[in-house]
Design a protein around this ligand. Structure first.
Ligand SMILES: NC(=O)c1ccc[n+]([C@@H]2O[C@H](COP(=O)([O-])OP(=O)(O)OC[C@H]3O[C@@H](n4cnc5c(N)ncnc54)[C@H](OP(=O)(O)O)[C@@H]3O)[C@@H](O)[C@H]2O)c1
Length: 321
């Protein structure tokens, strides 16, 4: 079957190890099944894998991709929850220290078919297209958990989203707006700031710009490039929720500011199967839809990877096998 896979790892030139070609059909073990992929979406995680973060050279070649929507063997429309917890694990899958994401230990979703545990299938609401549904399992689920579960944002609060154009960031804007939160954003690009306002952001600022007032919470996926600004923009007692470090993970911690203003720094990773179900339901009941930058044939996936590497995205990039 046709697949997009990592054939090599290069921390400095991740696209060097990106291959598109034939890979063997999945062989589901006990408790697993095969999903026919109708759409899959690209995440920054796929670039990290090509850089060797979370993917060892011994596992190559590895089919990339965490997110998919498709059909189970009975023809049911399903969304794939990408967090694979150990068989004996019960409860919140994101706390399982042995969890992996598809494409780390097991072949990923950038293929015509993918094997997944049966318990990782979530019914796809008919109101969502396969392309929209394929955006939910990583970026949108991460945004949902950051805002509501870990960040506990409530209507009427002001939340700053750093790096407005990204997959997680656009989800934070749309979900925050739908939940009655005042959403402010920063972006390096004027076009992305304008598009963020169209998505429901209340104000858009240049990266690093001084804000007119301090905010209740900051949603961080950019990391080193925006961390100092995030700390500076919080009210006393405010919260940073961090789930990513695209630009580096070692900014100054600024401990004095954190303890003196009694700030909270909260980590967040992916989300549970239950949260994915609730997110899909929220999309239906509130009429919100994932922001899709472009849809490409799986065979043209390299174009999508190039755009993400260049930071040239507004929302999600989707592949159709
Ligand atoms: N922990 C988890 O479970 C989890 C889940 C999903 C994602 N993540 C992580 O979160 C990060 C974002 O993921 P994504 O899929 O949303 O990636 P993405 O679509 O590539 O978005 C990255 C965004 O970061 C901003 N950015 C990039 N370089 C920057 C720089 N030098 N200075 C300022 N801003 C910069 C850009 O915003 P502007 O161009 O608008 O400024 C860009 O839109 C990644 O590191 C990913 O690994 C973690």
């Amino acid at each position: 079957m046709l697949a997009v896979y990592a054939s090599d790892i290069d921390p400095d030139d991740p696209l060097r190890g990106l291959s598109v070609g034939e890979r063997p059909e999945p062989e589901p073990g006990e408790g697993w099944t095969t999903v026919t992929v109708r759409a899959a979406s690209l995440n920054h995680h796929d670039l990290w894998s090509l850089r060797g973060v979370g993917l060892d050279r011994e596992r190559l070649p590895m089919i990339l991709g965490c997110d998919a929507a498709g059909l189970d063997p009975d023809g049911n429309e399903v969304i794939v929850h990408s967090v694979i917890s150990s068989e004996s694990w019960r409860g919140d899958e994101t706390f399982d220290p042995r969890r992996t994401l598809l494409s780390e230990d097991h072949p990923g979703t950038f293929a015509e078919r993918v094997a997944v545990p049966v318990r990782n299938l979530v019914p796809k609401p008919a109101a969502l297209s396969f392309e929209q549904a394929a955006c939910l399992p990583t970026a949108w689920l991460t945004a949902y958990r950051m805002l509501f579960t870990r960040g506990r944002a409530v209507p009427g609060q002001t939340v700053l989203v750093q790096g407005a154009g990204g997959g997680v960031a656009t989800a934070l804007i749309v979900l925050g707006h739908a939940a009655g939160i005042r959403v402010w954003v920063t972006s390096r690009s004027e076009d992305k700031r304008r598009e963020a306002l169209d998505l429901g952001a209340d104000k858009a600022f240049e990266a690093g710009e001084r804000l007119p007032e301090r905010v209740d919470a900051v949603m961080e996926t950019v990391g080193e490039a925006t961390w100092a600004h995030s700390l500076r923009t919080l009210k006393p007692g405010g919260t940073i929720v961090t789930s990513g470090a695209t630009t580096g993970q070692a900014p100054s911690a600024e401990l004095r500011r954190i303890y003196f203003l009694q700030l909270s720094v909260i980590g967040s990773t992916m989300g549970t199967r239950e949260e994915l179900e609730r997110l899909a339901q929220l999309c239906v009941t509130k009429g919100v839809r994932p922001v899709i930058d472009k849809t490409l044939a799986l065979a043209d996936a390299r174009q999508g990877f190039e755009a993400m590497l260049a930071g040239d995205v507004q929302g999600k990039i989707v592949f159709n096998p």
